[in-house]
Design a protein around this ligand. Structure first.
Ligand SMILES: Cc1ncc(COP(=O)(O)O)c(C=O)c1O
Length: 442
């Protein structure tokens, strides 16, 4: 390589250590995407691939949106960067006011960061700081859930419940406990929408409270619909019960809406879909349509105000990122809010969700299909393992890509979450290809 590193060797895939990837396997047989528009990607050879996963659950308004590009470009021309520590820039305040206006209940304040992982760690820290500020600094325990995914920070993996994301990384945060997951295929297999059974699993929080005492517990964090573990909608009534138990014991409820936020269920947030309002909400991904990395934590008024009780000249929260409320991210996030509104994309998602449900459940009799779940414009398909855990899932994912579809695979589960701009014919294409991939990889 040259001294500046400016002249990489063509087609040398070695230097990039790819995240969440089997690097050696990938580099022997790479899958590259080099162009995107609307609901499609193209490979460097010009092969078209329909995006069944909105990238990584993030390109909700579809690829290559000119409006977002124009907003980012205009912002870049005006001002590239401004700090948000003891300084501000107008776009951050405008964006927070817009978010507050669209959020349910008294979720009236926004703290910005750059990813879902940062949002989760921020929310956990806000919960601890809030309790401390009101004289309940003994509330330090954090409760997550088995099979939960809350990103890859140490806070997120501690409350998370996906074993491979945890087991390599030592002891993590102390004082963390986990609720049981809600995946009950024995009772709920092939449920359409919310499964019937399992609301009582929320009562496990009472058991945890009895064990540790409520006075030691700061917060419970769950994904309203667990995404990365294979898309698990909550059992009917589960979130309502969790909310009631948290309220009863003064425990903050955090909804991790990194994938459910910004329209995935046909409402702005899962909190709207379920009519259950958390104390804190984490978001990322669809917040900026993935054009400029951004995450956020939305807080109830009471929590924000609870953190405003020190001297007026004292910093309220010793936390923040150089790129909190980055002007380019704020410009992108504002432009995507316009798109969501002008094109009615959340309602479009709601309107298409039944068609999607019928489509994905039409695959139930294919070889090796053990379970199918859906909600909004997303779904998961469990395949029977064959030749070791994940082998069949991977083979099906690769086959789908060869046939022209991007899906997400974890173990032997396929997850799909197409952009909210898809039409019925796109859904037909996605379902057709995933069905062919399941058959051909069987
Ligand atoms: C529910 C949830 N929380 C947090 C994250 C982490 O987000 P990021 O990858 O932006 O750090 C994800 C990512 O998929 C997620 O699904």
């Amino acid at each position: 390589m040259s001294a500046t590193g400016a002249a990489p060797v063509a087609n040398n895939l070695e230097a990039f250590f790819m995240p969440f990837t089997a690097n050696r396997q990938f580099k022997k047989n790479p899958r590259l995407l080099s162009r995107a528009k609307g609901v499609h990607y193209w490979t460097p050879e010009g092969r078209r691939v329909i995006d069944g996963t909105s990238g990584l659950w993030c390109v909700n308004a579809g690829h290559g949106r000119e409006e977002i590009k124009a907003a980012i470009t205009a912002q870049l021309d005006e001002m590239d960067y401004a700090p948000s520590f003891q300084m501000g820039h107008p776009r951050a305040f405008e964006l927070a006011a817009r978010h507050a206006a669209m959020l349910p209940g008294d979720l009236d304040h926004a703290f910005y960061c750059n990813s879902g992982s940062e949002a989760v760690d921020t929310a956990l820290k806000i919960a601890l700081a809030y309790h401390r500020a009101r004289g309940e600094g003994h509330r330090t325990r954090l409760i997550g859930r088995e099979r939960g995914y809350h990103g890859v920070g140490f806070g997120g993996i501690s409350v998370g419940g996906m074993v491979n994301n945890r087991k390599h990384f030592g002891a993590m945060l102390p004082g963390v406990d986990h609720l049981p997951h809600t995946h009950l295929p024995g009772k709920n297999a092939f449920a359409r929408g919310l499964p019937e059974h399992g609301a009582e699993l929320a009562d496990e929080l009472e058991r945890i409270v009895a064990l540790h005492d409520a006075s030691t517990i700061a917060a419970v964090i769950v994904e309203p619909v667990a995404g990365s573990t294979g898309f698990l909608p909550p059992p009917k009534g589960y979130l309502e019960r969790l909310r009631a138990i948290c309220t009863k014991h003064g425990i903050l409820l955090i909804f991790d809406e990194v994938i459910t936020g910004f329209g995935r269920l046909g409402t702005a947030f899962a909190a709207d879909y379920f009519g259950v309002i958390p104390d804190l909400m984490t978001v990322a991904k669809g917040i900026s349509n993935a054009t400029v990395p951004m995450g956020g934590v939305f807080l109830r008024k009471t929590i924000y105000e609870g953190l405003m009780t020190g001297p007026e000249n004292a910093v309220d929260l010793f936390h923040g990122y150089t790129y909190s409320a980055h002007p380019l991210a704020c410009a992108a996030a504002s432009a995507v809010l316009d798109i969501y509104k002008d094109e009615g994309l959340f309602q479009r998602c709601a309107d298409l969700s039944k068609y999607w449900e019928d489509g994905i459940h039409s695959l139930r009799d294919l070889p090796g299909v053990l379970d199918i779940r859906n909600l909004g414009l997303a779904g998961g398909i469990d395949l029977e393992a064959r030749g070791g855990v994940g082998t069949r899932g991977y083979a099906t994912f690769v086959k789908a890509f060869e046939l022209g579809l991007l899906v997400r695979q974890g173990g032997d589960t396929l997850a799909m979450s197409p952009p909210l701009i898809v039409g019925r014919s796109d859904i037909d294409e996605i379902i057709g290809i995933v069905g062919d991939a399941i058959k051909q990889a069987a």
